[in-house]
Design a protein around this ligand. Structure first.
Ligand code: 18C
Length: 267
């Protein structure tokens, strides 16, 4: 029905479509639900031994698993957890989603373009990434959605953070690959695909009525699965992953903290 509605403007004009409804709404809702059910589950954190902890720096921990698909293409999933002080889930997710500031923190990108604005919180983006020698340059086209999540939708708790404070809110960003007519593959470029989730929860110190920035902590769960879109040397790829993901999480959270530190706190 969605496809038919989009192709048939007469039909579209006769049906009342909610403002948020667009060609990717159903798939996006499904992805969000899936990430809320699996990504933040404690068992996924690595306690069950199937994830390898490859980087630990204070509160920041990054895990991976070695997975290869047909043709020897390596699609190792990445899972990172972090806790940051002084900044909120909304601030982190909004800056992660906002293309206006992307080039201020995203170090792997060469260009970023909005292909389509689907709603005030969903967009289709096209990005080209820096080339890593000796592999061909990669590009990617994906839907990016930003949401606040009702707290009763969150099935899993974070006991350590709940000892610190009360869970106040939860925000997330979901990025996953799609095709778009304005994102044709350029010569020499290889199309990668992504499935990324960033889920953030803000806690306010117990007993504090008028919280200041120093009274909040935000947990971040970030997961990414990138298919490089063709064979690349496994060892080199894993070296790039293990260097770039920690660099991203460190750079990005420091960037948000710096931008928000002098702004008033809105919970
Ligand atoms: O989630 C992140 N960023 C979001 C906003 O940009 C979005 C990004 C998705 C990343 C898509 C990546 C597609 C391939 C990229 C190639 C990049 C090369 C690295 C250049 C280094 C100078 O959700 C944060 C993303 C953090 C990025 C981690 C990098 C992963 C590297 C992937 C390597 C791909 C194959 C090329 C390597 C060849 C090695 C010989």
């Amino acid at each position: 029905l969605e496809k038919e509605l989009n192709e048939n403007s007469r039909l579209k004009s006769q049906v009342r479509i909610p403002t948020e409804h667009h060609v990717h709404s159903v798939a996006l809702d499904f992805k969000i639900r899936d990430h809320l059910e699996t990504t933040i589950a404690p068992a996924a954190k690595g306690e069950n031994g199937s994830w390898e902890l490859f980087c630990e720096d204070g509160e920041m921990k990054l895990f991976t698993r070695e997975i290869e698909i047909e043709g020897g293409v390596c699609v190792d999933p990445l899972r990172a957890v972090h806790v940051v002080d002084n900044i909120t889930a909304k601030e982190i997710c909004t800056r992660f989603w906002d293309t206006e500031v992307r080039l201020e923190w995203e170090l792997t990108i060469e260009t970023c373009r909005v292909c389509e604005v689907l709603s005030d919180r969903d967009v289709v983006l096209y990005q080209t990434h820096k080339r890593v020698w000796p592999a061909a340059q990669r590009d990617v086209c994906y839907v990016s959605g930003l949401r606040e999540i009702r707290l009763d939708k969150i099935a899993y708790k974070e006991p350590e953070l709940e000892r610190f404070g009360e869970l106040k809110n939860c925000w997330l960003v979901i990025n996953y690959s799609v095709d778009h007519q304005s994102a044709k593959l350029a010569p020499g470029m290889v199309r990668a695909t992504v499935d990324v989730a960033m889920i953030c929860r803000t806690y306010v110190r117990h007993g504090v009525k008028n919280p200041k920035r120093s009274d909040i902590k935000t947990s971040i769960v970030y997961t990414a699965t990138i298919n490089p879109g063709g064979w690349v040397p496994k060892k080199a790829l894993r070296t790039v992953y293990r260097r770039e993901y920690p660099r991203f999480l460190r750079t990005f959270t420091q960037y948000v903290a710096k931008k928000e530190q002098d702004l008033s706190l809105n919970l």
